[in-house]
Design a protein. Structure first.
Length: 115
């Protein structure tokens, strides 16, 4: 089982990034997917959630209207489009998959928002 994130990097405030998470080794379409983030010295927090079929999404209040989660079950990939980025969005972003008692984490990708 693998979840491999990509797309992180350094971006200026107000900029955009698109994170991707490629899944393998399990039936991706049967799992809900989430993006979490963890900033230095802070607890990991849920950023966005998408249902297995992609019909339902939820967001943390801090990113509503700026971030969009989506998935392509044919490509076994989940995305996080991040717009209007702020310095407080700086964190390691993690991909997460869950179905019943099975859960998997990616290794994380660093997002740094700074001028």
């Amino acid at each position: 089982v693998q979840l491999v994130e990509s797309g992180g990097g350094l971006v200026q405030p107000g900029g955009s990034l698109r994170l991707s998470c490629a899944a393998s080794g399990f039936t991706f379409s049967g799992y809900v997917m989430r993006w979490y983030r963890q900033a230095p010295g802070k607890e990991r927090e849920l950023v966005a959630h998408i249902s297995s079929g992609g019909e339902s999404t939820n967001y943390a209040d801090s990113v509503k209207g700026r971030f969009t989660i989506s998935r392509d079950n044919a490509k076994n990939t989940v995305y996080l489009q991040m717009n209007s980025l702020k310095p407080e969005d700086t964190a390691v972003y993690y991909c997460y998959a869950r179905r019943w008692a099975s859960e998997y984490w990616g290794q994380g990708t660093q997002v740094t928002v700074s001028s």
